[in-house]
Design a protein around this ligand. Structure first.
Ligand code: HEC
Length: 144
């Protein structure tokens, strides 16, 4: 019977703490969202160029970079571009293929700028594959 008032005080205290807890959680949450925002929108580092490479996309910083970023990195990663070495004809064919089957828009004057950028900065590898093997001593597999 004597303990009852204490329990009452504790209960009241607990209820008084509730809003504090809520405010704390709310603040924490909004700080978190603010931090996330600062990585995405309005970050000047998005167009940072280090050692001639556009950091965000990994593309070579050269004439036509902006056109390539605008037109070629919305549907897929720029890695897909960097990994493909093609000549002018092949690039035009690839672009036509994407236009006919993947919904790539008409690039207009930018097509020449983009293809020039690609063939200049990502030229076809001199050796696409290893040289053919020569002077091999073949041996027969016994099958018994
Ligand atoms: C409208 C969407 C879209 C746009 C914009 C786009 N592509 Fe693609 N592209 C695709 C799709 C879809 C594929 C197939 C992806 C896959 O196979 O995973 C593809 C594939 C590729 C490939 C690989 C082709 C192959 O034979 O494997 C290359 C290279 C490429 N795109 C380059 C570009 C370039 C350069 C541009 C800018 C002119 C561009 N893409 C813009 C949709 C697009």
């Amino acid at each position: 019977m004597k303990k009852k008032p204490i329990i009452r005080y504790v209960t009241i205290a607990a209820f008084l703490m509730l809003p504090l807890g809520a405010v704390y959680l709310y603040k924490k949450q909004s700080e978190k969202t603010q931090n996330e925002d600062s990585y995405e929108v309005g970050d000047e580092n998005l167009d940072e160029i280090v050692d001639g490479i556009h950091v965000r996309t990994g593309l070579v910083a050269a004439d036509g970079l902006q056109e390539v970023i605008t037109n070629c990195t919305t549907c897929h990663s720029s890695k897909l571009i960097v990994q493909n070495r093609m000549g002018k004809e092949q690039w035009n064919a690839t672009i036509r293929w994407m236009q006919e089957t993947q919904g790539l828009w008409d690039l207009g004057d930018n097509q020449k700028i983009i293809v020039d950028y690609l063939t200049t900065n990502y030229p076809v590898f001199k050796k696409g594959r290893r040289a053919a093997l020569r002077d091999i001593e073949w041996y027969t597999l016994d099958s018994d």
